[in-house]
Design a protein around this ligand. Structure first.
Ligand SMILES: [Fe+2]
Length: 205
C-alpha cells in the first residue's frame, strides 16, 4: 500500500544570522516607530482600516526604496527568498524575483489583522522586529478549506500538516515566507506591549 502526499503548501522560516543583527534590528525598530509619528497619511488610513494599530501599507509601502536600513533588510532577505523559490522549484529562467512592496506594522494590545492574502504578488513574508512574550503568531488557513463540504473534523492530536489552521510563532529576528495566495491572519495581540513587524511582497519580472 502506498499513500502519496500531493500538492503541498510550503511555508519557510528563517533567521537573519549575519553579524551585527541586534544593532541592525534596533535600527529597524526605531525607524518603524519614527514612521508612525511622521506618516500622517498612514495614521489616517490605519485609523479606518487597522483600528488601534499603525501600518504604512497604504502610505509608505516601498520602504526598501526610501530608507537605507530597509534597503539593507532587502539585501539580507534575498538569500532566503532565493532558497524558498528553489524549494518551490519555480522556473525563473531569465526572470527574477524582486521586492515590490515593503511596509511596517505596529500592533498594540488587542489589535488584530484579519484574514487576507496578498494580491499581485508571488512570494510574501514578514520579518519580526519586536515580539513580546506571548504575542500572536501568523495563522495560516488550509487553502482547500472551502472544498471540505462533508469532511469530518480532524482528531485533536492530528499532525500539523493535517490541520485546517496552523499558527507559525512570531519571533524577533526571524522571517516567514509563503506564496502570496495563501490566506493568513494575525490574531489579537494579548500582551500589553507592541508587536512590530515588517511585511513585504516579491513578484517575478
Ligand atoms: Fe499578510
Amino acid at each position: 500500500m502506498t499513500v502519496q502526499k500531493l500538492f503541498p503548501t510550503l511555508v519557510y522560516r528563517g533567521r537573519l544570522k549575519q553579524a551585527g543583527w541586534p544593532a541592525f534590528n534596533n535600527r529597524l525598530l526605531h525607524e518603524c516607530q519614527q514612521l508612525r509619528v511622521d506618516d500622517v497619511g498612514g495614521q489616517r488610513w490605519s485609523a479606518k482600516n487597522y483600528p488601534g494599530g499603525y501600518t504604512s501599507y497604504n502610505s509608505v509601502s516601498r520602504l526598501h526604496q526610501v530608507s537605507p536600513t530597509f534597503a539593507e533588510l532587502e539585501r539580507r532577505l534575498r538569500r532566503h527568498v532565493r532558497s524558498f523559490a528553489a524549494t518551490l522549484q519555480f522556473d525563473l529562467e531569465q526572470r527574477e524575483l524582486s521586492m515590490t512592496d515593503c511596509w511596517a506594522n505596529i500592533m498594540p494590545r488587542q489589535v488584530v489583522h484579519g484574514l487576507h492574502l496578498h494580491p499581485l504578488a508571488t512570494i510574501s513574508g514578514t520579518y519580526y522586529v519586536k515580539t513580546p512574550k506571548g504575542c500572536a503568531g501568523l495563522k495560516f488557513e488550509d487553502p482547500r478549506l472551502d472544498r471540505f463540504m462533508a469532511a469530518p473534523p480532524k482528531i485533536a492530536t492530528s499532525r500539523q500538516d493535517n490541520r485546517p489552521w496552523v499558527v507559525v510563532p512570531a519571533e524577533a529576528g526571524t522571517l516567514v515566507l509563503f506564496e502570496s495566495w495563501l490566506r493568513h491572519e494575525v490574531p489579537p495581540n494579548p500582551t500589553p506591549s507592541e508587536r512590530i513587524s515588517i511585511s513585504f511582497n516579491y513578484n517575478w519580472f
